[in-house]
Design a protein around this ligand. Structure first.
Ligand code: SAH
Ligand code: SF4
Length: 382
């Protein structure tokens, strides 16, 4: 458990929030800009390093505030250049952050929650249950840590991180305020200056929150579709029972049309062998997404222990892609990166202190199923 100091953590404050903080301690609002640059452009966590701030104010800040990122537990670098950090958050759980360099781009995949309550059937994060929402400082803190590790300071001049995707652990729309604050810092010139097109929030489809998001921000949006019909999606993405396809796609359409300027929805579709990878699924998807402004990203399933799913063959993946492509869709297949350090999509497990006890139940149910299967096989043999 990370100890609480009772001080205000300035790391997670947006510019307006930091201005209010300075006002609340009887100081001028412009100090916010100075301090944000020190924190985010220069990676500073020590008030004494802020050379354009006088000693009296630095002492005042030291008494009431701090700049504290999550604790880095480990950092791994894959043979393909992918990096993974495990960081400990205040609740005591650990979450993961992944950096993926590709061509001239560097994409940081950021976590929003320790674990996830939504329990998608093929996701290892979901299988661990839920522990806690990350604070805004813990969300932006992942960008802060990654950026510092490249030594590319100031961040805005020599950028290692060009894109951020909220596709790490957790459902970002269920930690709305903290995720929105952190994304605002990512886009702010006083923060990381990343363009709104290059910050992407991925959701499993919490429809009302997609509409709420559209009221406050204009980042890019990705929907984790994974199935082209409600019965199958109910099995794979249980939140679909609450917000079925028609409802969630309506919210996405509203969100995208607000953005204008030729922006499109990214559809993520994890391909699971013999489950959602058949030509009939591609055909249903084509019908479902007819006239929808979108691009499709196919993610071959990344296995994890006891998942019960398999990755389709390269031929089936290609066949699925071709069908969508022939119907006029822009379709990419996500290449798996960082497998040697378990950094691929859906492999992020951190170390979640599960409050829901789902992981225990999951293992117990898997064991029962395996035993039932073994006894069935034995009966069949006799
Ligand atoms: N909770 C959000 C964002 C995090 S998951 C969401 O669901 O959209 C990021 C993406 O990885 C999602 O599309 C998710 O469905 C996918 N994913 C999860 N487990 C996976 C696995 N084992 N293999 C491949 N993709 C997976
Ligand atoms: Fe949660 Fe996303 Fe995993 Fe579903 S896929 S369990 S929403 S993290």
């Amino acid at each position: 458990m990370t100890e609480s100091t009772g001080k205000v953590n300035l790391l997670g404050l947006t510019q307006p929030q930091l201005e209010s903080f300075f006002e609340s301690i009887g100081e001028k609002r412009f100090r916010a800009g100075q301090v944000m640059k020190w924190i985010h452009h220069f990676g500073v966590d020590d008030f004494d390093a802020m050379s354009n701030i006088g000693k009296a104010l630095r002492d005042k800040l030291k008494a009431s505030a701090e700049i504290r990122g999550p604790e880095v537990v480990s950092q791994d670098i894959s043979s393909d250049g992918t990096r993974k950090w495990v960081v400990r958050v205040a609740s005591g759980s650990c979450v993961e952050t992944v950096y993926i360099p590709q061509g001239g781009r560097g994409t940081l995949c950021v976590s929003s929650q320790a674990g996830c309550a939504l329990d998608c059937s093929f996701c290892s994060t979901g299988k661990q249950g839920f522990n806690s929402d990350l604070t805004a400082a813990e969300v932006i803190g992942q960008v802060w840590i990654a950026n510092k590790s490249f030594g590319t300071i100031p961040a805005k001049i020599d950028r290692a991180i060009t894109n951020v995707v909220m596709m790490g652990m957790g459902e970002p729309l269920l930690n709305f305020d903290n995720v929105v604050a952190a994304m605002n810092i990512m886009m702010d010139d006083l923060g990381y200056g990343i363009s709104k097109r290059k910050v992407t929030l991925s959701t499993s489809g919490v429809a009302p929150m997609i509409d709420k998001l559209g009221e406050v921000i204009d980042v890019s949006l990705a929907l984790s579709l994974h199935a082209p019909n409600d019965p199958l999606r109910n099995q794979l993405v249980p939140i679909n029972k609450k917000y079925p396809l028609a409802v969630v796609l309506d919210s996405c359409r509203r969100y995208i049309s607000r953005l204008g300027e030729k922006r499109v929805l990214t559809i993520e579709y994890t391909l699971l062998k013999d489950v959602n990878d058949q030509p009939e699924h591609a055909q249903q998807m084509i019908a479902l997404l007819k006239d929808f402004p979108c691009k499709i990203n196919l993610i071959p399933f990344n296995p994890f222990p006891h998942s019960g799913y398999e990755r389709p063959s390269n031929n089936s993946i290609r066949r699925f892609q071709d069908l969508l492509h022939k119907a006029g869709h822009n379709v990419t297949v996500r290449t798996t990166r960082g497998e040697d350090i378990d950094a691929a999509c859906g492999q992020l497990v951190g170390q979640v202190m599960d409050r829901t006890r789902r992981s225990e139940r999951y293992i117990a149910v898997r064991q029962l199923n395996a035993e039932a299967e073994a006894s069935q096989n034995a009966t069949n043999r006799n």
